[in-house]
Design a protein around this ligand. Structure first.
Ligand code: FES
Ligand SMILES: [Fe+2]
Length: 385
C-alpha cells in the first residue's frame, strides 16, 4: 500500500484527541533507568562519535542550502571531519574533506558562498567545485600529480527528496534505504524540494544527548515553558510512533479539539498538532504550518560540549514582508526557548552527573520518546564496526 501523509496524520490526530479527552498520553510499558555515566563518560562519547557521527548518514541540510552550481558551505561541527559541501558545476552535490591534497592545509575558509574554484591559501593549488584538482603552480615540480591522484577526498553524500545526507568518512557511501527504513515514505511525502532556507542559529550546550533529549517529551511544557510552548501545546500529551531507530511524536496544540467540528477529510492536522521527528541519531525536525525547523545536535570533542545547528525553512517561498516578520519572530522565540529554558536545563543536569547523587536517571512511562531513543543508542553503539 502506498503511503499517504494525510491519512497518517489524521490517524495521529484521532489518537491525540483520545489522549487529550482522557487527560493522558501514550505510555511505555514501564519506566526506563538510564545510567548517568552515559552522559559523562569520555570513552563512550568517543565511541558515539565514531559509530554515530563518522559512519551513520547525517541529515546536514536541505537541497535549498546549495541552490545553484558552485554553491558551497563549509561544516566544522563533526569532530575530526572538516567538510566542504559543494554543488558542482555539473549540478551534483558532493561532500569533501576540507584538506588540501598538497600538504594538508585547510582549503576553504569561508563559511558559505558561490565559486567556480576553491584555492588553497598555502601554495595556491586550485580545485573545481566537483573536487577535481584544477591546477597548481610549478607543475613540473610534481610529476605524477594530477586530477586522478590529488583531487579533494570525497566522503559519502546523497541528495534525496530535497534532503542532504552525509557520511563524513573517506570513500563512504550513503545507504539511506537501510538507515531510514520505514521512515523514508514519511520524509519523502513532505516535499522538502520546495523548501526555502530562512535563517540558522548555532546554540552551544552540554552533552549532545542531553540536548537531543529535550526534544523528546512534552512532560516539561507547563513547568519549564509556561509562557511560551505551554500556551500553544498541551502539557504531557504525546502520540508516539517508532520507525526503526527513529521516531515521531505528535504534540497536540490547544486547538486540537476544534477538529471535531470538521469532517475528517478537511482536517489540516499541522494547524492542530506539532509533529517532532527524531531522525536518528542527532536530529529533531518539526513540521508546522509556518515551516520546517531542523535542530541538529553535534557532539564536541569532549563529552560535555555540543552545538546545535538550528535551521528554519519555509515550506513555500515567502510572499510578503508580514510573512517574513512572522518567521523572524518565530525563529527568535525558538532560539530563546531552547537556549534559555531547555539548554539551561541540560547544563544543570550535566553538573549533577558527576555529583554521585544517583547512578541512573528515570524516564517515566510518559517519556516514551526517551526510552526509544536510548534503546536505539545502545543498539547502535554495541553494533560491531
Ligand atoms: S597545502 Fe594547499 S597548496 Fe600547499
Ligand atoms: Fe523544551
Amino acid at each position: 500500500m502506498t503511503y499517504d501523509l494525510r491519512t497518517d496524520l489524521a490517524g495521529v490526530a484521532r489518537r491525540a484527541i483520545a489522549n487529550v479527552q482522557a487527560r493522558t498520553t501514550d505510555l511505555a510499558p514501564d519506566v526506563w533507568l538510564e545510567p548517568v555515566a552515559n552522559y559523562a563518560d569520555q570513552p563512550r562519547h568517543e565511541r558515539e562519535i565514531e559509530v554515530l557521527f563518522h559512519q551513520t548518514p547525517l541529515l546536514l541540510g536541505l537541497s535549498c542550502d546549495w541552490p545553484t552550481p558552485g554553491s558551497y558551505t563549509t561544516f566544522d561541527h563533526i569532530p575530526e571531519r572538516p567538510l566542504v559541501i559543494a554543488r558542482g558545476d555539473d549540478g551534483v552535490l558532493r561532500a569533501f574533506l576540507n584538506v588540501c591534497r598538497h600538504r594538508g592545509a585547510r582549503v576553504v575558509h569561508e563559511s558559505a558562498g558561490t565559486t567556480a574554484r576553491f584555492r588553497c591559501p598555502f601554495h595556491a593549488w586550485t580545485y573545481r567545485t566537483t573536487g577535481a584538482l584544477a591546477g597548481l603552480p610549478f607543475k613540473e615540480g610534481f610529476p605524477g600529480v594530477d586530477e586522478c591522484t590529488h583531487s579533494l577526498t570525497q566522503v559519502g553524500c546523497r541528495e534525496w527528496n530535497g534532503m542532504v545526507w552525509v557520511v563524513p568518512t573517506a570513500g563512504a557511501t550513503v545507504d539511506l534505504e537501510s538507515h531510514l527504513g520505514p521512515l523514508a515514505p514519511l520524509l519523502a511525502a513532505y516535499g522538502f524540494e520546495r523548501a526555502e532556507r530562512f535563517t540558522a542559529n548555532e546554540l552551544p550546550a552540554t552533552n549532545w544527548k542531553l540536548a537531543v533529549d529535550t526534544y523528546l517529551e512534552g512532560y516539561h511544557f507547563a513547568s519549564l515553558h509556561p509562557n511560551t510552548i505551554n500556551l500553544i501545546n498541551y502539557d504531557n500529551s504525546m502520540v508516539f510512533d517508532a520507525y526503526g531507530p527513529h521516531s515521531r511524536q505528535g504534540f497536540p496544540r490547544k486547538n486540537l479539539l476544534d477538529l471535531l467540528a470538521l469532517p475528517e477529510q478537511n482536517w489540516e492536522v499541522h494547524h492542530h498538532l506539532t509533529c517532532v521527528h527524531q531522525v536518528f541519531p542527532n536530529v529533531a525536525f518539526t513540521v508546522s504550518p509556518e515551516g520546517i525547523l531542523i535542530n541538529a545536535v553535534y557532539p564536541g570533542a569532549r563529552f560535555d560540549e555540543s552545538v546545535t545547528v538550528q535551521t528554519h525553512y519555509t515550506r513555500e517561498p515567502i510572499r510578503s514582508e508580514a510573512e517574513r516578520a512572522a518567521m523572524q519572530q518565530r525563529a527568535d522565540l525558538v532560539k530563546a526557548v531552547v537556549t534559555d529554558d531547555d539548554y539551561w536545563m541540560t547544563a544543570s543536569i550535566q553538573a549533577g552527573t558527576t555529583s554521585g547523587a544517583q547512578d541512573v536517571v528515570t524516564f517515566g512511562r510518559n517519556e516514551q520518546g526517551l526510552h526509544h531513543y536510548h534503546r536505539s543508542l545502545i543498539e547502535a553503539v554495541a553494533r560491531p564496526n
